[in-house]
Design a protein around this ligand. Sequence first.
Ligand SMILES: NC(=O)C1=CN([C@@H]2O[C@H](COP(=O)(O)OP(=O)(O)OC[C@H]3O[C@@H](n4cnc5c(N)ncnc54)[C@H](O)[C@@H]3O)[C@@H](O)[C@H]2O)[C@@H](O)CC1
Ligand SMILES: [K+]
Length: 494
Amino acid sequence: MLTRIPERYLVPLYRVEDVRRREQASFAQEGESYAMMHRAGEALYRHILHHNASLKHLSVVVGGGNNGGDGLVVAALAAQDGIEVTVYDCSSKPRTGDAEYAEKVAFGYDTIQITRNIEALNQDPGQVVVDGLLGIGFHPPISEDLANAIAAINQKRAQGAWVVSVDCPSGLDVETGRGALLVEADLVVTFIADKLGHYLLDGAVACHQIVMESLQAVDLLNRPTAYFLTPAVLENYPPCLRLPNSHKGTYGHVTVLGGDLGFGGAAIMASEAAAKSGVGTVTLMTQSRHLSASLMRNPNVMCVSPEDIGLGDTLRSSESVLVIGPGLGRTEWSERNWQAFLATEGPAVVDADALYWLGVYGQPMGRPAVLTPHPGEAARLLQCSTADILEDLVGSAQQIATRFQSVVILKGATSVVVNQNGDVVILGQPCPALAKGGSGDVLSGMVGACLAYYHEPFEAAVIAAAWHNMAANKASLVIGQISMQPYQLLDYLE
Ligand SMILES: NC(=O)C1=CN([C@@H]2O[C@H](COP(=O)(O)OP(=O)(O)OC[C@H]3O[C@@H](n4cnc5c(N)ncnc54)[C@H](O)[C@@H]3O)[C@@H](O)[C@H]2O)[C@@H](O)CC1
Ligand SMILES: [K+]
């Protein structure tokens, strides 16, 4: 999948159906199911004690399913240790199966307080809350009483409590990563396998830390749906690794084509991003009236207007990477440049309004390429709504990759990078500082530089997108989420 980045840096992620299949196979092998629930509770309790060595009081909020069953096992284990426990029972009907058994064990301890009044959580002396309301059996939309329970847990956390979620933050759709209202979890102890939704959209924001406990589940060796890239690996893979005995030719050439009237900054930022990512040489092709601004800002970037020199003449070697799109616009000038692009060969990064033209012309890329849509651009490429894209980020990115025969970076709070072979890498930590115009322009230039250096489009896309996110998170810590400008992340690439 990735040739340079070792697999140990990749966390395998699965869909719910795969987790369920492993769960069922484990029950069949073990001849019973409660043992696994007990192991889940034990694992949770161990993590709770690890983070709260002098635990005196535990608040356990439980729903009516097996997620609540896990919570009830924890309640019993804590009671056994002499810890004061209050169980907030939010079930709406009698428990069955393993959860019913866990209830019988827990409610057998007369030291456990049981209440159905979730409003009382606010006054609870405990500062550690177990969120066992909803797990992988949750199907949105959420009922009003469970929404109130989630709000109560979040309110308690806002007052300083430490919250651990059982398997997933309640309210999270672990398939899509969406949650209209969900628990914000200091720790998520997830079972059997890591789930996709923990790393996407609202899930990526709500899960502050995730640990996986496999519970000795049978491994069916099914292919993970995706992998999450651990950022630590990036220290070994900078955008363009500097070699002691090297020259500018070692690092390749990038041409950025874009910047129609009114959008000159986008192409300038993309070219600056390519340059600061360490590529050997950069050319900017843009509207003639933007040339002096680029020369003033980045004299290291060669610049020219496409009216003066043809695109084919600028892309001197087959090693050149063409980044098309930042500020390209949708005018006659834009379309002329899109057509000129189609007449060239060689690796390309297609971003912003070039994705609009890609949708209009509609043909597969026919060259090594990376497309960098946000969900709105992805929706246009697939002729569906943005909501459809958000319902299945991985599937949508894969459809675009197949249709246009290219690597795709579907951008978001975390980004989904896919290739035509079905490989999927999710990466990044949410960075609200990037929710500004210009972030995508910077990314496209970085992808261009990485493509010039690493050559392999999937690897280049993963490394560039991961560095873009990591540098932005570093920069925003120093500069601030509000005032940080996307191009400032370029000073945090090493
Ligand atoms: N023995 C087992 O089956 C094991 C299950 N595990 C745990 O069990 C969980 C899955 O258990 P379940 O399949 O029982 O499902 P959950 O406990 O996740 O959810 C089912 C419960 O949620 C309610 N619910 C679903 N959607 C709702 C909505 N929109 N609004 C309000 N209520 C809603 C249902 O009425 C039901 O009470 C896992 O997440 C994990 O925590 C683990 O203990 C491992 C072993
Ligand atoms: K939960």
